[in-house]
Design a protein around this ligand. Sequence first.
Ligand code: SME
Length: 174
Amino acid sequence: MAFHSTVRRERYRELWPQLDALTGQESDLIANLANAAAAIRQAFGFFWVGFYLVREQELVLGPFQGPVACTRIAHGRGVCGTAWAENRAICVEDVDQFPGHIACSSESRSEVVVPICVDGSVVAILDIDSDRLSDFDAVDVEELQHFATMASGWFATIKPNQEVPPDAMNRMPC
Ligand code: SME
């Protein structure tokens, strides 16, 4: 990863082609999400960057970069669960002012959360935390929504052998 601009919008625009090159030939969802979390954090030095994956009735922690985080978030709970329930991006200037905010770390001060959708349904949530107040604005939301469109392709191309159907486990000899 190489960056020249210190202007956030421009830095996003330096990041996306590099991330596209990094993930374009890779079909494994987890590998691509892991590199995306690392690349976004490397580009901006955010406190925490990661993904929560929709698993039945809750969000489950996926690939991330940063300190340990809570593993499960219920539908409609916290910033991430609200973004999932309402299928919309949420920009939080001060996490202490967001009713029901789930504090994985006391160092997180502001947050931006963007849903990733396939065919109109939320399949994952991108969550970014900053240790600075009001670190995110409409530029971040717009650019990260662009990223979410790119990332939705990684979910759409999950190969059949990446997901083992539940009944297949019963048929496997021990
Ligand atoms: N603050 C989030 C929880 C996830 S952590 O920030 C990594 C929320 O309120 O949903």
